[in-house]
Design a binder for this molecule. Structure first.
Ligand code: GLN
Length: 493
């Protein structure tokens, strides 16, 4: 039999339905890959029993003729989603040992659709980072290696680096991610897979450990565009428990997939042409433009004049919201409590937070409390909010003359572990192409488009109008069909 772990979500679903294999066989094959890939450190907790139980149900449902959309499909769950009875840490020491008594809306929807859980995926601590190196449980290692680059370990991207690695290494066919400022798209680009951040509000945030509430959005990561569509359909939907949840029907994204872009116009933002950027990135971008033209689209240059302020605005707004969200970790209500001998209440708060948060999280809390403090609020926070409005307006104007926007996902291919950790600013710069769509709440996806000269994957980003996930997926599909990206990391783990 073919190796079941090479199958996509759609292939697993269809093959299971046709009786080509059992769901139990699929769950066991992926669980074996998970167990054999400890060197990648993609999972914080493995839950083969959960995947197996869902698989048994799927096999019984097939016999009974009651299959669900994701019956027989085992997936990975980013450890930022609360899972009932399964430790949820946000990759922090603060939440080590925290076992929620409730299930996040998104994960519940996936279980209701028949999916099973292979485990909880590693990430940057509280989803803060671009390399997965801020995890309390150790960095994830990308399955990719540079061609002729020795054996250097590469970053899988972040914060959803466990998700990207697990999919690229065939430890799961699909996974959840969250994207606050690029955390689905950038790790997808780094590992040669696809991922979509839907419109803000499409997926409920209920039960997801909060980072920056006005930006956080869940979305799927998978090997191809079709799988992203299938997963997103089963993750999205109105949730009365999330006040920012969109009360809109979820479209049938998979059924409406079409790579025919006749009559569509693609915008190319001139401000995304960065001085001194890796020529491989620009070459991939130009190739992507040609692919979309080939699919029938017209191409126009557009201007997003406030792009250069997006990164500074993001790194004010996201830490500001994070500092407020993370105030809840006080040693009383969740996870860790540090109680020094003879300590009073204040000492307990301070000791718990000193011990429970990593360096990057503390940096964000300090930046956030600073920009929200009485003397600096207007100079930083209010100003950043104004910039955010201008950025959203840039997109609105641009979308008067185009349907989707094409740009690179990240300014470089995967960098080496340790290369950027000493310099937070260079790490933050990696998000330069990702954060504008986040600030504007727009749907955006990354699809693998090329290998660079080091043999590493590069991703193209498609940004769409609010609520137009379909347009984004369709343009993604047009690229996928033409880029013919089939490269995968050679197994060394
Ligand atoms: N890299 C960005 C940050 O560190 C984005 C993270 C995310 O999207 N969760 O804030």
């Amino acid at each position: 039999m073919t190796d079941l772990t090479n199958l996509t979500v759609a292939q697993i679903r269809d093959g299971h339905r046709a009786g080509d294999f059992s769901a139990v066989e699929v769950a066991e094959a992926f669980s074996a890959n998970v167990a054999g890939a400890k060197a990648l450190n993609a999972f914080i907790v493995e839950t083969p029993e959960h995947a197996l139980a869902a698989a048994k149900t799927a096999d019984a449902d097939r016999a009974a003729g009651t299959l669900k959309p994701l019956s027989g499909v085992p997936i990975g769950m980013k450890d930022l989603f609360c899972t009932d009875g399964v430790q949820t840490t946000a990759a922090s020491h603060m939440l080590e040992g925290f076992v929620p008594r409730y299930e996040s809306t998104v994960s519940q929807k996936l279980w209701d659709a028949g999916a099973g859980m292979l485990g909880k995926l590693n990430l940057d601590q509280f989803a803060m980072g671009s390399s997965n190196e801020t995890s309390y449980f150790g960095n994830v290692i990308s399955p990719w290696k540079r061609k002729d680059g020795g054996n250097a370990s590469l970053a899988p991207g972040g914060s959803s680096g466990g998700s990207s690695t697990a999919i690229a290494a065939r430890l799961c066919p699909a996974a959840t991610g969250t994207d606050t400022g690029g955390s689905i798209r950038q790790p997808a680009a780094f590992t040669g897979i696809s991922g979509i951040k839907p419109t803000y509000g499409r997926c409920s945030r209920w039960g997801i450990v909060a980072f920056a509430s006005s930006l956080d959005q869940a979305g799927p990561m998978a090997r191809d565009v079709r799988d992203c569509a299938i997963m997103l359909e089963n993750m999205a939907g109105f949730d009365p428990k999330d006040a920012t949840s969109l009360n809109m029907a979820v479209p049938n994204l998979e059924a409406a997939l079409s790579s025919d872009l006749k009559g569509k116009t693609v915008g190319i933002p001139k401000e995304y042409r960065l001085e001194g950027i890796d020529p491989d990135i620009d070459a991939m971008w130009d190739a992507g433009i040609a692919m979309l033209k080939d699919a029938g689209a017209a191409v126009v240059e557009i201007s997003l004049p406030h792009t250069k302020y997006a990164l500074p605005a993001y790194y004010i707004i996201a830490p500001a919201e994070a500092s407020s969200n993370l105030a809840r970790y006080d040693g009383v209500r969740y996870g860790l409590r540090a109680l020094p001998q003879g300590a009073g209440l204040q000492d307990m708060y301070a000791a718990t937070r000193a011990e429970g948060f990593g360096a990057e999280v503390k940096r964000r809390i300090m930046i956030g409390t600073y920009v929200l403090s009485a003397g600096f609020y207007d100079a930083y926070y209010t100003q950043a909010q104004k910039v955010r409005t201008l950025i959203a307006r840039d997109f609105e104007r641009a979308f008067a003359s185009c349907d989707v926007i094409l740009a690179p996902t990240a300014p470089s291919a995967a960098f080496g572990l340790g290369e950027k950790m000493a310099d937070p600013l260079s790490m933050y710069l990696n998000d330069v192409f990702a954060v504008p769509a986040s600030l504007a709440g727009l749907p955006a996806m990354s699809v693998p488009a090329a290998l660079n000269r080091e043999g590493l994957p590069l991703g193209l980003q498609i940004i769409g109008k609010a609520f137009d996930e379909q347009g984004v997926l369709n343009a993604g599909l047009a690229i996928e069909e033409r880029a013919g990206f089939t490269a995968r990391a050679e197994k060394w783990w």
